[in-house]
Design a protein around this ligand. Structure first.
Ligand code: FES
Length: 329
């Protein structure tokens, strides 16, 4: 089912750090309440002209969960931008309106954890900032290790310092470790930090692929329910090999996914009505029920147990391990 898009106005744009632009989006009518969101949620911005044919980009909400008068996100100017972040940095202006999807959450916060420890790389601090605001609101302890190239590349430092001071003034753990790679001459030692954590801590990571890989390796032996991470994009799309056959059971159709194309591309080319958003395996919009066959899961939405069950798949990036898939479409 398609959720109607919101039309929101860009109220402010702020330069938060080197290459990072903050965007505050508000309803067109004052006193209108926006859909509520939880810590870790993201919204999709539908950009009018991203210059690449792919116009939807997902960004984490960084303002306090519970705030319903505005949505705040931050956009890093990606040197390899396919149009999205470049368009936002170069074309977006205050006062413009944007179509925005309602918040969704693939990176939820466990509010009951005895201690929440966050590892953020660069712009990856944005969902974590929302999580820390929430933990402060409910009086729960946290620690943050935030790694950036330099102080100039570190966004939201003032906000994080204020949250850390508030936690410590209340007698809670709220330790803030700002790690500038250039100053220290090395990257953050995630393995060393994880090795010394209290055993029942919940650990979270959001950042670039290298950091997430180090985090995954360092947390491999921790109980899965204590480990939380968010990728910005799937590591790699499924290889299609010589292609594979797909049956759409509800519509009694079949189709052949060709080498080099994604299942989503084939479905769209055949006129099948399937929802999608990020096209990168992170948002969960393109999820489809699997009735038979084994998908080659490449998304970052499903848990290990959900992947093993093989009852759902993200058609934008995942493929098939078996010659045929049967989908509930
Ligand atoms: S479109 Fe976002 S996960 Fe497939």
């Amino acid at each position: 089912m398609t959720t109607p898009l919101l039309t929101l106005r860009v109220r402010s744009l702020t330069w938060e750090a080197e290459g990072i632009l903050g965007i505050e989006l508000v309803p067109l009518q004052p006193n209108t309440l926006l859909p509520a969101f939880e810590a870790g949620a993201h919204i999709d911005l539908h950009l009018p002209d991203a210059g690449s044919g792919a116009h939807i980009r997902s960004y984490s909400l960084l303002n306090a969960p519970g705030e319903r008068q505005r949505y705040c996100v931050a956009v890093n100017l990606d040197a390899a931008s396919r149009g999205g972040s470049r368009w936002i940095h170069e074309q977006l202006r205050c006062g413009q309106t944007l179509a925005v999807g309602a918040p969704r959450n693939n990176f939820p916060l466990d509010e009951a954890a005895p201690l929440s420890i966050f590892f953020a790389g660069g712009i990856g601090v944005t969902p974590i900032l929302g999580m820390i605001r929430r933990l402060e609101a409910i009086g729960r302890p946290w620690r943050l290790h935030h790694a950036t190239r330099s102080a100039a590349h570190a966004p939201y430092v003032r906000e994080l310092q204020a949250l850390s001071e508030a936690a410590q003034a209340a007698g809670r753990d709220g330790a803030l470790n700002l790690h500038f790679d250039a100053e220290r001459g090395r990257v953050l030692d995630i393995a060393g930090l994880i090795a010394t954590l209290p055993a029942d801590s919940h650990v979270y990571c959001c950042g670039p692929l290298g950091m997430l890989g180090a985090f995954e390796a360092a947390t491999a032996t921790l109980p899965r329910e204590q480990v939380h991470l968010e990728y910005f994009a799937a590591k790699e799309a499924a290889a299609t090999g010589g292609g594979y056959h797909v049956e759409l059971q509800r519509s009694a159709r079949s189709l052949q996914v060709r080498p080099g194309e994604t299942l989503l591309d084939r479905l769209l080319a055949e006129g099948v009505d399937v929802l999608f958003s990020c096209r990168e395996g992170v948002c969960g919009t393109c999820e489809v029920k699997v009735l038979a066959g084994e998908p080659d899961h490449r998304d970052l939405v499903l848990s290990a147990a959900e992947r093993a069950a093989n009852t759902r798949m993200m058609v934008c990036c995942s493929g098939a391990k078996t010659p045929k898939l049967v989908l509930d479409l």
